[in-house]
Design a protein around this ligand. Structure first.
Ligand SMILES: *[C@@H]1O[C@H](CO)[C@@H](O)[C@H](O)[C@H]1NC(C)=O
Ligand SMILES: *[C@@H]1O[C@H](CO)[C@@H](O)[C@H](O)[C@H]1NC(C)=O
Ligand SMILES: *[C@@H]1O[C@H](CO)[C@@H](O)[C@H](O)[C@H]1NC(C)=O
Ligand SMILES: *[C@@H]1O[C@H](CO)[C@@H](O)[C@H](O)[C@H]1NC(C)=O
Ligand SMILES: *[C@@H]1O[C@H](CO)[C@@H](O)[C@H](O)[C@H]1NC(C)=O
Ligand SMILES: *[C@@H]1O[C@H](CO)[C@@H](O)[C@H](O)[C@H]1NC(C)=O
Ligand SMILES: *[C@@H]1O[C@H](CO)[C@@H](O)[C@H](O)[C@H]1NC(C)=O
Ligand SMILES: *[C@@H]1O[C@H](CO)[C@@H](O)[C@H](O)[C@H]1NC(C)=O
Length: 524
């Protein structure tokens, strides 16, 4: 779920504008798809005590569509926006999976922006009370309402009729929403594809780092794991002078909070919650849509012949490790200093100024201004969890200073209790897991994942779920070997020219959608 850079997230790290989400993607130059709006009920559950006091108000929910491939009788492809703005998803209409499907099936493609993101806020600010309608069930009810009421100015004929086939697609958190919508409103959709759909909520998600540990350059992984062990031993020793010296090696001597320090040096790897720079998650089969920064980072850490003044840093903390060198520390620290520190333009390292690295600032978090990072944090704190923490046992790529209370503190600061709503002490995962989690099942819901995705263990093909997963026409599933986070959503307007593993995934999706349409025709 969480995105990166260009989409920034959680502010705090005011820093390099971190981004939320389990998705990401480089934002293409925004082409011109006009924003349309639908009057969407704020509260779809007038009978539910959860939303008392109720409101009958509506808000303007934005959508963007492309009818250039549409021919009468064709299907509608509904792309679920998830935790970023509709504009950030335009590449899906231009060159991505929706373009591929529109062209193949003479369909119309439409991006629906999720409530509380982009330009689709029900209220002018996001106080705890105003956020009370940002729940999974309200969000997916929007999808059903949209399918039944959407209009497409300029397109001849209504497309919201009961017999028109609608097929959803979503990646990451939006993939989970797609799956939950198919589960809850199955009869009104011809099908849905959840890509890297994070359908399972776990409070703690140390597994985020597993694919990196397993598939990352092994000498890079082992150097970081060893440095992290030494860092944690030093922290555990309580030697304040040594700990201060350690922070200074990274140019972060000003950071008071050890969690903030641990998070900052983890940024090239990722999280917790914040991704101011590109990580493993932003690798992509086509560099146009991602970034190779992770390879550069590892290439620094594994440099076997760094300049003397860098390699000498490997020994400056040896007195805290029985004389052992911290192999790669100099290169690791040099990378942090060169690539991350400059983003803190004010120089106030330990602050929430843009690009800086402190997060211990309640005032900053409590700002109720509307924003995607705030909305994403709210969903995390209230229903979906997934806190990135160090594992309880075994090797770790991030310091064990990063435990669940590090993420939970932001929830507490950001959402002080309101009159009608407050965030729980810990996310109420049952609101998210009630759709089935890893075992979600709905007719004509396809689930496609990538084996090297950091979010894989919250998806259908998780190592924590039953395996092997056997696909069927009614319950299709596909695990792309060697692919990352919803890599099938990207395309180059020529399926045949794609690398084989992506091409085959796209061909499978085309066949799957053909079957959805056949089964819809049989029913209508
Ligand atoms: C809400 O309750 C009213 C009155 O009990 C009932 O008529 C209506 O069907 C209910 N609506 C839903 C959506 O459950
Ligand atoms: C929100 O802001 C708009 C534009 O400034 C204004 O017209 C509207 O009345 C405001 N709504 C509320 C509920 O304050
Ligand atoms: C609109 O659709 C109707 C019914 O399919 C058809 O008769 C009419 O010619 C269409 N008009 C245009 C402008 O395409
Ligand atoms: C280290 O990282 C920088 C910045 O990404 C990159 O330009 C450089 O090539 C890397 N150096 C090595 C030795 O890999
Ligand atoms: C190492 O030396 C080079 C060349 O003298 C210099 O540019 C660089 O800033 C030094 N790096 C560190 C970490 O001292
Ligand atoms: C804390 O946040 C407030 C509000 O954003 C800001 O004005 C202040 O400079 C921040 N202080 C620090 C130390 O980050
Ligand atoms: C989290 O808990 C640990 C262990 O109890 C403690 O050392 C640390 O200070 C706590 N961190 C926060 C942010 O509360
Ligand atoms: C990557 O995408 C760009 C833009 O669509 C395309 O021109 C290029 O050929 C693609 N490269 C590969 C290796 O697919």
């Amino acid at each position: 779920m969480k995105v990166s850079i260009l989409f920034c997230s959680l502010a705090a790290i005011g820093a390099a504008t971190p981004a939320p989400s389990r998705l990401q993607a480089k934002r293409a130059d925004a082409p011109a798809y006009a924003a349309h709006t639908i009057d969407q009920p704020i509260d779809h559950f007038q009978n539910s005590s959860r939303y008392e006091p109720h409101t009958k108000d509506t808000f303007k929910q934005r959508y963007f569509f492309d009818s250039s491939y549409y021919k009468p009788g064709g299907p509608v492809f509904l792309y679920i926006g998830g935790e970023i703005s509709g504009e950030s998803r335009f590449s899906n209409l231009e060159t991505g999976i929706i373009q591929i499907l529109m062209e193949k099936f003479n369909g119309l493609g439409v991006i629906l922006e999720n409530r509380y993101y982009g330009g689709s806020y029900p209220y002018n600010s996001s106080t705890t009370d105003e956020l009370r309608f940002l729940t999974t069930e309200q969000t997916i009810a929007d999808n059903a309402y949209f399918r039944q009421h959407a209009t497409f100015p300029g397109v001849n004929g209504s497309l919201n009729g009961a017999d028109v086939p609608w097929i959803m697609y979503g990646g990451s958190l939006a993939g989970a929403y797609t799956a939950f919508t198919m589960k809850t409103y199955n009869s009104i959709f011809a099908g849905g594809i959840g890509s890297s759909a994070t359908t399972q909520a776990l409070l703690e998600y140390p597994q985020w780092y597993n694919p990196i540990m397993k598939y990352g350059p092994s000498d890079c992984v082992s150097r970081i794991v060893d440095i992290v062990d030494k860092i944690d031993a030093l922290i555990d020793s309580g030697n304040t002078r040594g700990i201060q010296q350690l922070k200074e090696v990274f140019g972060l001597g000003a950071l008071q909070n050890l969690g903030d320090f641990a998070m900052t040096i983890a940024f090239p790897i990722g999280g917790p919650m914040n991704y101011p720079t590109n990580t493993w998650q932003e690798l992509n089969w086509n560099e146009t849509y991602g970034s190779d920064d992770f390879w550069d980072f590892c290439s620094n850490v594994t440099n076997i012949d760094p300049p003397k003044n860098i390699s000498s840093v490997d020994k400056v903390l040896s007195k805290y490790s029985n004389g052992e060198a911290w192999v790669g520390l100099g290169s690791y620290a040099d990378y942090i200093k060169k690539v991350l520190l400059p983003s803190c333009e004010s120089g106030r390292i330990d602050s929430t100024d843009p690009g800086c690295f402190g997060t211990q600032n309640q005032t900053f978090y409590a700002d109720p201004s509307n924003g995607g990072s705030r909305s994403y944090l709210y969903s995390t704190c209230s229903e979906s969890g997934g806190y990135q923490v160090a594992p309880k046992h075994g090797p770790s790529l991030i310091s064990r200073a990063l435990q669940r209370n590090y993420t939970q503190q932001w929830c507490t600061w950001a959402f002080p209790p309101g009159q009608h709503n407050s965030v729980p002490m810990s996310p109420e995962l049952h609101y998210y897991n009630k759709y089935g989690g890893w075992n979600i099942k709905a007719e004509n819901l396809a689930l496609i994942d990538g084996s090297t995705d950091v979010w894989l263990d919250l998806c259908y093909h998780s190592d924590l779920a039953p395996s092997p997963r056997i696909s069927s026409d009614k319950y299709p599933s596909y695990l792309i070997a060697g692919a990352g986070h919803h890599w099938d959503s990207y395309g180059i307007k020529d399926v045949a020219a794609e690398p084989a593993y992506i091409r085959e995934a796209h061909e499978w999706e085309i066949r799957t959608v053909s079957r959805f349409l056949q089964s819809w025709t049989q029913k209508h």
